[in-house]
Design a protein around this ligand. Structure first.
Ligand SMILES: Cc1cc2nc3c(=O)[nH]c(=O)nc-3n(C[C@H](O)[C@H](O)[C@H](O)COP(=O)(O)O)c2cc1C
Length: 195
């Protein structure tokens, strides 16, 4: 059903979507429509994960009082970090959940913590889905995890890995600043040449 309703909608060209998605750090005083939020959450659920473990839980913080508390836990006075977060009507708190047996075994054998990779993909699904709905987002990795856990009732044994602010952006789309292709791509061998 979800898939059908998405397929019936004319999708934004993927390149345009990728260029539209950006970290928005100012938001309009405008609520996010529940159906848009539902679509974004539905897209998040479709994210791939190692052994399909889906090691995530998402707390939608849309109560203004709790949102303010979470926003306070993201901002840092001395370093001047994340003072914009209070403007965003929604904060999504991404909690890492235990993965399944195969993923955990793979993580142990290969010494690679797959759930962190999974959560990154999950987060990007959210941000791209938000952009496709005309919404802005910003991933927030700088926050007081203990405070956020307390505010949202997350068990102390679990990790909150990321917070995503969500709302209608107040700013314009920026040109992306990225390393040159030849610096980040090489063919057949690790190196500094794309040839
Ligand atoms: C894991 C992660 C953590 C981040 N944490 C923050 C943060 O705490 N505050 C912030 O303003 N931006 C944060 N960002 C956004 C990055 O600064 C941003 O993605 C990067 O500068 C590229 O800009 P763009 O997203 O607009 O393309 C984070 C991004 C990622 C992927």
């Amino acid at each position: 059903m979800f898939r059908l309703c998405f397929l019936n909608k004319k999708p934004m060209d993927f390149t345009a979507l990728v260029l539209t998605r950006q970290s928005d750090r100012s938001y309009l005083d405008k609520p996010v429509e529940p159906d848009k939020l539902e679509k974004i959450l539905a897209c998040a659920r479709m994210a791939p994960s190692a052994c399909n473990a889906q090691p995530w839980h998402i707390i939608v913080v849309n109560d203004s009082e709790i949102r303010n508390q979470v926003a306070d836990a993201t901002s840092e006075k001395i370093l001047g970090m994340n003072h914009f977060t209070k403007q965003a009507p929604i904060h999504l708190v991404l909690v890492e959940e235990p993965s399944n047996m195969s993923s955990s075994f793979g993580s142990w054998v290969k010494r690679r913590h797959y759930p962190l990779i999974d959560l990154g993909i999950f987060a990007e699904h959210i941000c791209l889905a938000a952009a496709s709905e005309g919404l802005g987002s910003c991933m927030i990795g700088w926050f007081d995890e203990a405070k956020v856990k307390k505010i949202c009732g997350v068990p102390s044994s679990k990790r909150v890995q990321l917070i995503i602010t969500l709302g209608y952006p107040a700013g314009k789309t920026r040109i992306k600043i990225r390393k040159a292709t030849e610096k980040v791509v090489s063919y057949n061998r690790y190196g500094n040449s794309i040839l």
